[in-house]
Design a protein around this ligand. Structure first.
Ligand code: EPZ
Length: 456
């Protein structure tokens, strides 16, 4: 049984103490996909009936999304850990508060359903984040093409259906880039629109396929989800449904990478192997043995060779696994070239990994990694969800202990991350971060200072 974290302290004041030279073994359960559950919660706004959602991960982004839905009248019963019941029968129109939207960019997914259901919507403009400016112009352009007037004023996006019409009007929309969020926003806007909509240059991610599968269960008429051209025939209303969130392919990939980096052998399930093809290909190329059995994957690694990766929209190599994969390449034999093409600022982990002794040259979102024999444990702080996972993976392979902060980022997208690693045999412990007095804390401060403190 995975250890559940009882008292949820504020992760900003917690850190993970990780002893290096780790080897993993055994099997862990993969949770429901964060990037599917978030959009499925938003899609539940499209019906007055109850939506029964199973396999929703217990992570902070989901808790934030639930608060956002409750702020506009949605009732959520999550007493049963196995299944969440969402009831959006009595939505009331209100500006979703700035602070809630700013804490969770994915709240912007609500604009499509609210526009379709209420004819108008007002949400705080989602800001950028540590990995990039996170533009929403494709969302806005697409909604305007479906017949909405969108005004950005005082940090809010105010949307309403033109000419006091009751429904948006279907259209052929060509996205300027295969944006995941824009594709999801426009699918949720088009399902209740009048007439037919085609979304060209649509994103193909599995989370979009999961969304369209749930909407079709609710009575929507969507075809070709998962291809770059999605066809939608608007309907008058949607019913409730029961749906199970797909397994999180990014969590699954993170654990496969952690196993390879520590030259271990683990099994993960449930997974949908087809969602991980690009990563599995690269892991095999770098020397791991991969065994797929129905919905489980076993990975065995005896050596790691440097391989090159370039992130791309699905089915290409996922940008969300770029940082964890970089951590795998640190001790590989030979060089590897890591190219990030999706986000403009998603290399924040590079400097942190170099503090541990990694040999990396990076410029313009390209990192050239030369494998080294040893990495040194350090006190490090992650700056976003996936960079924090990357430094934890590096810490597992270091020659001495590390202290990793930034767990408020980690807890956004990984459910019981350190508990799952501990179940696999890692020597890892979450504790309150001890404020080390200035005289003992140096820039490259070594871990033994903390050991004394923890030992006390
Ligand atoms: C989703 O973000 C995911 N988040 C991200 O996961 C993921 O990294 C990303 O898709 C790419 O796969 C959720 O699903 C909640 P995009 P999203 O719109 O929808 C540019 C994680 O770690 N763009 O496909 O915001 C944009 O600036 C998170 O779990 C425009 O230029 O991604 C970015 O550079 C991080 N104009 C690129 O496209 C637009 O109108 C990809 O953005 C929209 C996007």
């Amino acid at each position: 049984m995975i250890c559940e974290r009882g008292n949820k302290l504020n992760p900003k004041f917690e850190s993970l103490k990780i002893n290096g030279r780790c080897s993993l073994q055994g099997e862990i359960k993969i949770s429901g996909a964060k990037n599917s559950a978030l959009v499925l919660l938003a899609a539940s706004l499209l019906t007055k009936d109850k939506v029964y959602l199973a396999n929703v991960p217990d992570i902070s982004d989901i808790r934030k999304m639930k608060n956002i839905l409750k702020s506009i009248g949605v009732k959520i019963d999550d007493n049963d850990r196995e299944q969440m019941i969402i009831n959006a029968e009595n939505l009331y129109f209100g500006n979703i508060p700035h602070n809630l939207v700013n804490e969770l960019r994915a709240s912007f997914f609500c604009i499509g359903p609210l526009l379709s259901k209420l004819g108008h919507a007002s949400l705080a403009l989602p800001g950028g984040c540590n990995i990039g400016k996170r533009s929403i112009e494709e969302h806005i352009k697409g909604l305007q093409e479906l017949g909405a007037t969108i005004e950005e004023k005082d940090g809010f996006v105010n949307a309403k259906i033109n000419n006091n019409r009751k429904r948006l009007k279907g259209k052929h929309i060509r996205l300027g880039c295969p944006s995941v969020g824009a594709t999801e926003t426009l699918v949720m806007a088009a399902v209740l629109a009048e007439g037919k909509t085609i979304i060209s240059n649509a994103a193909r991610e599995p989370e979009i396929q999961d969304l369209c599968e749930m909407l079709n269960k609710m009575g929507a008429k969507i075809r070709q989800a998962g291809t770059s051209k999605i066809y939608i025939e608007g309907v008058n209303y949607l019913n409730g449904c029961s749906h199970e969130v797909i397994p999180d392919r990014i969590e699954a990939g993170t654990f496969l990478i952690a196993s390879a980096a520590t030259l271990s052998c683990i099994t993960i399930s449930p997974v949908i192997p087809a969602h991980l093809n690009s990563l599995l290909q690269k892991l095999k190329e770098s020397g791991s043995e991969i065994i797929i059995k129905n919905n489980s994957i076993t990975i065995k690694t005896k050596k790691v060779r440097g391989v090159n990766i370039e992130t791309a929209p699905f089915p290409g190599f996922p940008t969300d696994l770029q940082a964890p994969f970089t951590a795998l390449m640190l001790k590989a034999t030979g060089k590897s070239i890591i190219k990030e093409t999706i986000f403009e600022n998603r290399m924040n982990h590079i400097d942190l990994l170099k503090k541990m002794g990694a040999s990396i040259r990076s410029e313009n979102n390209i990192a050239i990694v030369s494998g080294v024999k040893k990495l040194s444990g350090r006190k490090l702080k992650g700056s976003d969800l996936r960079s924090t996972a990357a430094i934890i993976i590096a810490a597992l392979t270091a020659d001495n202990p590390s202290l990793v902060e930034g767990l408020e980022h980690l807890d956004r997208g990984y459910e019981n991350f350190e508990c799952k690693l501990k179940k696999l045999g890692a020597d890892i412990k979450r504790d309150l971060t001890v404020n080390i007095s200035n005289n003992s804390c140096k820039d490259d401060f070594l871990i033994n200072d903390v050991q004394d403190i923890y030992a006390a």
